[in-house]
Ligand binder design. Structure first.
Ligand code: MSP
Length: 591
């Protein structure tokens, strides 16, 4: 609370209009008193996760899918912990880029956006993105929110009219400083000015615009960021933002001449200007939670997942705009790097854009979800090539996980088709780090396995919440490999069911393996929901037994009842993940 008031007062000191903090007060339209609210002022369970809203100027590619998958996996993970919350996604439909692309396609911008937005929706349905809200910036509810937001900025004195001169990059819909552009010859030898970062051409823009007093938010932004290092994750991006804030922070042009840009929301009260597409787009996060009337229960408990190219918009412009409007900055911003293809940036001109729908067809939806989330490391760019997908999913999903399930459900080893009994005599409880060597049949490695799997759910949760889904998957696979090692070590197929002591040990090995598999199935639900469902159904784990909040592991080892012991396994519906064939040479083009 003190931090928020400080931010506000800092901003207020510089503003000619006083800021009205909403913290610690009852707002006019939501009725819960502060005491029943969560740490950020929102009731517990009311947390918003968001993907960026995707430009409706072209078909989705695997980079877009990756942003959405990270958000989906985190949302599903939270749902399994029964933490509630919403997942918002959608399409960004205004701006010069879309106006020009639609014109080039001989289409009306609205028709063009309808088509592309439907493509994103279709892809997300196929990919199993479990969004709760899909927002389009051309919707009336969004226009209302943007108009209200603009009017608030204006009424609080944060906007002024001025002649703006500068470089504008239409491809990125952004203004660039002189230090961010360079001259570059094209194929005909003509010199063009281009963005240093993206290589896109920029144009000198000179017009009268509305400016936002961004320069006044340098200090409040720094304080907000320094207050919690976890606001921007991973760390290198946090450091990058601090670096930016050490430099000059010029005011931001937040409107365009309507003669130049008609495809956007007009400035309220001034029909000669159109609101800058990034201000329009960022407000989507408020629109989905009911701004301007009903957002108080949800805001600022928001976590935005964004690619590194749009970091500045989310960590500098957006929080500054929010503070100016009298709202808190979002709680967290998770940043991810980009996918390249065989070492190159994905681009239409290079013809190397990877179509996610073709990937689903080739590797299955869950296979491809697994690949992107297992291989994608947020801190650095990841390189895509087909052979890598096949190698990874065949090895981890088919061999490690599928192999393990096959082994312990095979009729030769498990003729009764049940979750067999655990014998304490064979696997006595270890006291501290000491196992009861000599008493049972379990080895030191077996105790290590049990302790690794016992710790796994907590570890996986903390990886998810730390935006390291790839590490969560790595640790699950690592445990699954250890479980295969456990089977391999004890070779249950060499034990005889005729001999009661061997049978007890055989059943215990199967029981422990099935328990491990059950944990892996539960933990994999957010990433590969279909395969996890198949695995859990095969183990006979019912829908109400799949929550991560109430998860237990190897209860019998803890001297507790195991609800699965003795239960029949579910039906055998075939291989968990049939191995993928090597692809025929594929042209990545087509988008
Ligand atoms: N419309 C803006 C976002 C507005 S949010 C208020 C935008 N759209 S985008 O379609 O260009 O990008 C959407 C997301 O896709 C961004 O997070 C971006 O980083 C991500 N990706 C685009 N290309 C990518 C890769 N090659 N790899 C990974 N993600 C990439 O920006």
């Amino acid at each position: 609370m003190r931090r928020r008031l400080l931010l506000l007062s800092l901003a207020a000191r510089r503003s000619s209009v006083s800021l009205q903090p909403r913290w610690g007060r009852r707002c006019c339209c939501c009725c819960a008193p502060a005491s029943v609210r969560g740490p950020s002022g929102s009731p517990p369970g009311r947390r918003l996760l968001s993907t960026p809203i995707f430009y409706a100027n072209g078909s989705p590619h695997i980079g877009h899918l990756y942003s959405a998958l990270l958000a989906d996996a985190l949302h599903r993970h939270r749902q399994l912990h029964e933490r509630g919350g919403r997942l918002a996604t959608g399409t960004d439909e205004h701006g010069l880029k879309i106006q020009m692309t639609a014109a080039a396609a001989g289409s009306l911008p609205q028709h063009f956006c309808d088509r592309v937005s439907a493509e994103f929706r279709g892809l997300f349905a196929q990919a199993g993105i479990s969004y709760t809200d899909f927002i389009r910036t051309t919707e009336p509810r969004h226009r209302r929110a943007v108009e209200h937001f603009w009017a608030t900025l204006r009424d609080r004195g944060w906007l002024y009219r001025a002649n703006y001169e500068g470089w504008y990059c239409t491809a990125e819909e952004t203004f660039l400083a002189a230090s961010q552009v360079t001259e570059c010859p094209d194929t005909q030898g003509n010199r063009h000015t281009v963005s240093l970062e993206s290589g896109h051409q920029v144009h000198w823009t000179k017009e009268e615009n509305y400016m936002f007093k961004l320069s006044e938010f340098r200090e409040p932004l720094l304080r907000w960021l320094q207050e919690s290092r976890l606001t921007v994750t991973p760390e290198p991006f946090y450091q990058q933002v601090l670096q930016w804030l050490k430099q000059d922070l010029p005011d931001l042009s937040v409107s365009r001449d309507r003669n130049r840009l008609q495809w956007g929301i007009p400035v309220p009260g001034d029909s000669t200007q159109t609101i800058y597409v990034w201000v329009d787009a960022l407000v989507n996060y408020l629109t989905v939670v009911g701004y301007p009337e009903a957002h108080h229960d949800w805001w600022p408990a928001a976590c935005h997942i964004v690619g590194k190219d749009i970091l500045k918009f989310h960590v500098i412009y957006w929080p500054a705009l929010l503070m100016a409007a009298g709202l808190d900055p979002p709680e967290q911003i998770f940043v991810h790097s980009h996918w390249t293809v065989q070492g190159q940036k994905m681009s239409k001109s290079l013809g190397n854009v990877v179509d996610p729908r073709a990937c689903f067809q080739q590797y299955t939806v869950d296979g491809f979800r697994y690949f992107l989330l297992r291989q994608g490391v947020p801190d650095r760019d990841c390189d895509y090539y087909d052979e890598k997908v096949i190698k990874l999913v065949n090895s981890e999903l088919a061999d490690v996980l599928g192999g393990l399930l096959n082994r312990c459900t095979a009729p030769s080893l498990n003729p009764s088709g049940t979750y067999p009994r655990f014998s304490e005599a064979c696997f006595p409880r270890a006291v501290g780090t000491q196992n009861r060597k000599g008493l049972g049949k379990a080895s030191t490695e077996d105790y290590k396995l049990v302790s690794s799997v016992k710790e796994l759910p907590l570890q996986v949760s903390s990886y998810f919440e730390g935006f390291q889904v790839y590490k969560a998957l790595e640790s699950i696979v690592d445990c699954a490999r250890q479980t295969n090692g456990f089977m391999q070590r004890h070779k249950p197929w060499k034990l005889s069911r005729e001999d009661p002591s061997q049978q007890q040990w055989l059943d215990t090995i199967l029981h422990v393996t099935l328990e491990c598999l059950r944990i892996y199935g539960l933990l994999l639900q957010p990433v590969i929901p279909t395969i996890a469902d198949k695995l859990l159904s095969r183990l006979g784990v019912g829908p109400s037994e799949r929550s991560l909040r109430t998860l237990t592991f190897l209860s019998r080892y803890q001297d507790e009842q195991c609800p699965f012991e003795g239960r029949y396994l579910g039906p055998d519906t075939g291989l968990l993940f049939p191995k993928l064939e090597k692809p025929k040479a594929r042209n990545h083009g087509g988008l």
